[in-house]
Write a protein that binds this ligand. Sequence first.
Ligand code: ADP
Ligand code: ASP
Ligand code: MG
Length: 402
Amino acid sequence: MALVVKKFGGSSVANAERVFNVARIITEDYKKGNDVVVVVSAQGDTTDDLIEKAVEINPGNRSKREMDMLLAAGEQISIALLAMAIEKLGFPVVSLLGWQAGFVTDSKYSVARIKNVNPERLRNELDKRSIVIVAGFQGVNKYDDVTTLGRGGSDTSAVAIAATLKADLCQIYTDVDGVYTADPRKIKGAKKLDEITYDEMLELATLGAQVLNNRSVEMAKKYNVELEVLSSLEQKPGTIVKEVTSMEKMLVKGVACDTDIIIVSIIGLKDAPGIAFKVFNQLSRKNVNVDIILQSVGRHGTKDITFTVPKGQKAETLEAIENIRPLIAFDDLVIKDTVGKVSIVGAGMETHPGVASKMFEALSDANINIQMISTSEIKISVLIDAVDCQKAVQVVHDAFHG
Ligand code: ADP
Ligand code: ASP
Ligand code: MG
């Protein structure tokens, strides 16, 4: 007998037929004698549709608290429907909202972090041999307000439960049958990986591979929760995400693309100590997630600082820079919002020179101009025009996996 956590994404529960399909996967496992906890996302495009409704009411600055109240409703619908389907199949089941399942978060509405999961209710229900269905992507903060964990957050809910209950298995069911060398819906020749390390998956997820939420991978690594990413529509083994894999021979595990970023350039800053600190300190106070940073060589007493931030944080970024304008003189502020970041990831590249040049060659052959470059031990990222992204990922993927 095992304790299994299963998570089903929005497309896996998009309509009644899919809900019953998921109910059958769950009850098959339960019939083997396993304890089963299930995390579900909102059905299909429900979360996007709810955001649209909010924009219709107030296109401007909506309160994040009310947005969380709204978006959490999507998951409330799917847990109830899935529980009803399981009931209909004749099995004991209970659905729980995030707070009922013990999810306590910090108070950062819309991007809340899980502080702890109080396992009491979950354990009680499992002791009664109920199948437990938990609303993903949500919790409660110290003010008893509903919070959400950020887009794709249900993956993290599942890993948090698996870590808390020390589950034997954490399965992330989705609409593809595993993690591929690139998005299989967009890139020809993308290959399914049997396994991938936490570190590689974390980079891929952070750099745009939507298949797993990056925080969920971070948490899985921290608590040593082995994950399997697999299809809810086909019965076959998926991809295992774990600490060490036996596939080291593959130099580049994956290619990812992120067009959800903007480039910010502050031009003509004074070339003096403390300027970079003032800029980035102000940005961090606003919780802006700065990624690639480039500072030009000082010339005639001035310098430029260029960096990338998520598109969704443009307003906070501009506000932060306006706040410190009196402290740091500069000539111009330039925003470029049609850019994309294409990245290659692989633990093997650390010890193999020539990987970067192969990537740049592929881009050069396709006549794609590189605007910025950033590297770490296991990844190389380039910033290019957003319109070139699809082509760039394909040619870079062909170069390593063709
Ligand atoms: P869910 O609703 O189940 O959470 P998501 O839409 O969040 O599913 O994630 C699954 C999608 O991730 C796939 O449909 C696929 O298009 C996309 N994807 C992007 N990169 C990859 C990759 N490297 N491997 C597999 N899928 C990927
Ligand atoms: N429903 C939420 C979203 O669409 C959470 C999730 O799917 O994981 O982002
Ligand atoms: Mg997802």
